[in-house]
Design a protein around this ligand. Structure first.
Ligand code: G3H
Ligand code: ZN
Length: 291
C-alpha cells in the first residue's frame, strides 16, 4: 500500500494520534529510527535541518529515505526541516524532498507571509507537488539549536503565536501545516517547558483542519505531551533526546572497546539506544500499528 504524508496527517488528526518527526544526521541514527518504525508499524517524517542536510548531502538524503520506503516498505518521508530561506527550501524541493518546512519565524510578519507564500507557490506550481506538503511557522522558539541548557530559559512574551494572526497567516500563505510557539523550546532547558494550553485550544478552534506541528518535543513531560496530542497536535518533532541517547551510548561503547576499529562493531549500542527512544515516543504519540 502506498501512503502519502498528507493523508497520514489527516488520519492522525481524525483518529487522535500524531505522526512522529525524527531528525537524523548519520546512517546508524537513521537505522535505529527505522528499526523502531518497523517493529511498531508506525509511519514517520524524517527531518534534516540545514546543518544536517549539508552534512549528509541533499540527494543522498533523498535516495536514502526513498530506498527505505521502497525496498523495506516503511512509510517514511523526508522533510526539509527549518529551511531559513526561499533558496534552501527550493534546493531541497528540487532535490526531491517529500516535505518542506520554511521557517521565517524570526522575520517580520509581512516578510514571513510573503516569503512563505513564495515557497508554497513554487512547490504547488511544480509537477508532482500534490505529494509535497509545505509547513510555515509563526511565533518563534526562544532557543536556537538542539542542546542541553544548564540555565532556566524564560520565554519572551512576544515569542508566543497570536491565534488570530495564525489564522490570517495560514489563509494568506496556503501552508499545509502550521508550527506555532506555545511555550515549546528547542533543546532541553533546566526548567520544564510551561505549555500555554489556552493558546493551543484557541489555535485548534480557529484552525480546525490544519496539521498542527509541535517543534521542540524533547523535554516536554509525558503528561503534557499526551494532552497536546489529545488537543490536536498531529505532527511532533523530536531531535535532542535522540542525539543524547545516540551520543551517550556511542561514548560508552567506544570507551568499552578501545581496540575496536570497525564502526559496525562499536555502533550497535548507539543504534539500539535510538531505537528504544523512538519506540518510547511512538507509544507516547499513540502512533503504533497505524500502517
Ligand atoms: O525541528 C526539530 C525539532 O523541533 C526538535 O526539537 O530538539 O527539542 O526535540 P528538540
Ligand atoms: Zn524544530
Amino acid at each position: 500500500m502506498e501512503y502519502k504524508l498528507s493523508e497520514l496527517h489527516k488520519r492522525a488528526l481524525k483518529e487522535g494520534w500524531a505522526v512522529p518527526h525524527f531528525n537524523f544526521s548519520s546512517l546508524s541514527q537513521l537505522n535505529g529510527v527505522l528499526d523502531a518504525l518497523k517493529e511498531m508499524r508506525a509511519p514517520a517524517a524524517l527531518g534534516t535541518s540545514e546543518g544536517e542536510r549539508d552534512f549528509i548531502g541533499l540527494k543522498q538524503a533523498v535516495y536514502l529515505i526513498k530506498s527505505f520506503r521502497e525496498a523495506e516498505g516503511v512509510p517514511v518521508f523526508l522533510n526539509a526541516d527549518h529551511s531559513r530561506s526561499f533558496e534552501t527550501a527550493k534546493n531541497a524541493f528540487d532535490a526531491g524532498y517529500d516535505s518542506i518546512h520554511i521557517d521565517l519565524s524570526r522575520e517580520k510578519y509581512e516578510d514571513n507571509i510573503e516569503n512563505t507564500k513564495m515557497v508554497v507557490d513554487y512547490v504547488k506550481s511544480n509537477l508532482g507537488s500534490e505529494y509535497v506538503e509545505v509547513e510555515g511557522e509563526l511565533g518563534y522558539l526562544a532557543t536556537e539549536s538542539s542542546k542541553i541548557y544548564k540555565e532556566v530559559v524564560e520565554i519572551p512574551e512576544d515569542s508566543y503565536t497570536n491565534p488570530q494572526q495564525a489564522k490570517e497567516f495560514v489563509e494568506r500563505t496556503g501552508v499545509d501545516r502550521f508550527a506555532p510557539a506555545i511555550g515549546n523550546l528547542h533543546g532541553i532547558a533546566a526548567n520544564k517547558p510551561k505549555i500555554r494550553f489556552d493558546l493551543v485550544e484557541k489555535l485548534r478552534e480557529l484552525l480546525p483542519d490544519i496539521t498542527l506541528v509541535l517543534h521542540g518535543g524533547s523535554g516536554i513531560s509525558d503528561e503534557d505531551m499526551r494532552k497536546l496530542v489529545k488537543m490536536g497536535f498531529n505532527n511532533i518533532h523530536i531531535s535532542t533526546e535522540l542525539r543524547v541517547a545516540y551520543t551517550n551510548a556511542l561514548r560508552k561503547e567506544l570507551a568499552a572497546k578501545p581496540d575496536e576499529l570497525a564502526p559496525y562493531h562499536y555502533m550497535d549500542e548507539a543504534r539500539e539506544a535510538v531505537k528504544n527512544k523512538v519506540v518510547e515516543k511512538i507509544m507516547l504519540f499513540n502512533a503504533a500499528n497505524r500502517v
